[in-house]
Design a binder for this molecule. Structure first.
Ligand SMILES: Nc1ncnc2c1ncn2[C@@H]1O[C@H](COP(=O)(O)OP(=O)(O)OP(=O)(O)O)[C@@H](O)[C@H]1O
Ligand SMILES: [Mg+2]
Length: 351
């Protein structure tokens, strides 16, 4: 039977144990731990380990051995027993439902009975979770996240073998909202997480992720294009990209623009889909760039011009930004840790 995602988690008393956030993607695993010290969020440890190619492909673990090995290294480094993990957007199905007001047990039943109308997978093979989006007089409006139980089992197996116990699984972009936004604020944003090999476009309405999808754009494609044109090594091409980017005197602007124009079209397409089908209000949305690719010089300005919208690099929500003390190790590229930090911040959700 389809079960609630929480069946995987340990009893509530363990939920308070120190834990790290784990952002596992196709190309890397990033981790972060936040602790409370004098009522402040302190970033206690963070780091990134690359994964070999083909260890994870579009969110599915293709080499358990390789993933477990890297997780084991992280366990040895961090000396933590508990983790909060982002599940891969590629494997998650999101939809919303309106159901009559019932008890929380009955909400789970109601989702279970309707799930096959939204996802082309037998309901017995799924696990799910939900967020309450809005409450009307007699109706709950809820957002459901469902995933194949076999995918969760795969993640659980390698994480457990590496010596960790999982405190929570959640959708990566949902974790990002904790790092970027005041959780009590109203917001309408499109988050664009530009990684090495893929970009996740997610639509956030009042801190709920109502849509998330991956597109085949990533920072490495741009590096590869520069290497091909210039005949330089990947390392040199990476340096050229980071220095010149989409600046007006960039030698590679026309080829980079082709890729970024495609990204702009994908952003518009997903945003419009959410306006047409997911109850995302039309109007001014802010586009927020995160991930390493967000540092490409001139990118925010260029996309802003193409889209006619305000496009900015993400900023940590003031409360978090002020309180996170980066300690001795400087976090040079905070936008690559938005998910890992958001997962770690879940530790304090019930404070
Ligand atoms: N200053 C910069 N300018 C342009 N691109 C940059 C800069 N710094 C990093 N990048 C690019 O960011 C990408 C890595 O970003 P990130 O760490 O978010 O990826 P990842 O999470 O490991 O990848 P993925 O999510 O695709 O698996 C690389 O393509 C890198 O070239
Ligand atoms: Mg990433």
């Amino acid at each position: 039977m389809a079960t609630f995602l929480k069946k995987y988690f340990p009893p509530p008393e363990l939920m308070l144990m120190p834990a790290i956030g784990l952002d596992i993607s196709d190309s890397s695993i990033k981790y972060a731990e936040i602790v409370h010290s004098h009522k402040k969020n302190v970033l206690k440890q963070f780091g990134k380990k690359s994964l070999p190619q083909n260890a994870i492909t579009q969110g599915a673990i293709t080499s358990k051995f390789e993933v477990e090995k890297v997780l084991h290294e992280i366990q040895a480094l961090t000396k933590r027993d508990f983790v909060r993990v982002a599940l891969p957007e590629d494997q998650i199905h999101l939809f919303d439902l309106r159901i009559p007001k019932v008890s929380s047990k009955e909400i789970e039943q109601a989702i279970f009975f309707q799930i096959e109308e939204h996802i082309p997978i037998p309901k017995n093979n799924l696990v799910f979770d939900y967020n309450l989006i809005a409450e009307e007089k007699n109706v709950y409006h809820i957002q459901v996240h469902a995933i194949m139980a076999s995918v969760v089992d795969q993640y659980l197996e390698v994480i457990t073998k590496a010596g960790f116990a999982v405190l929570s699984f959640e959708l990566g972009p949902q974790a990002m909202t904790r790092t970027l936004f005041d959780q009590n604020s109203h917001n309408q944003s499109v988050l664009v997480d530009i990684g090495a090999v893929h970009t996740t476009i997610s639509v956030v309405y009042d801190n709920n992720v109502i849509f998330a999808s991956n597109v085949g754009f990533g920072g490495n494609i741009l590096t590869q294009e520069i290497a091909n044109i210039s005949g330089k090594s990947t390392e040199e091409a990476e340096q050229l990209k980071q220095k010149q980017g989409l600046g007006s005197d960039s030698e590679y602007i026309s080829v980079l623009e082709q890729h970024v124009n495609q990204l702009a079209m994908d952003i518009v397409k997903h945003q419009q889909y959410c306006v047409d089908h997911r109850g995302f209000p039309a109007g001014e949305h802010q586009i927020v760039l995160i991930g390493g690719g967000a540092y490409l010089p001139g990118l925010a300005e260029y996309l802003g011009g193409q889209l006619g919208l305000s496009v900015n690099r993400g900023r940590f929500f003031d409360g978090n930004l002020q309180k996170i003390n980066f300690g001795e190790d400087t976090l040079e590229q905070p936008l690559t840790y938005v998910t890992a930090i958001g997962l770690a911040l879940a530790q304090f959700d019930h404070d």
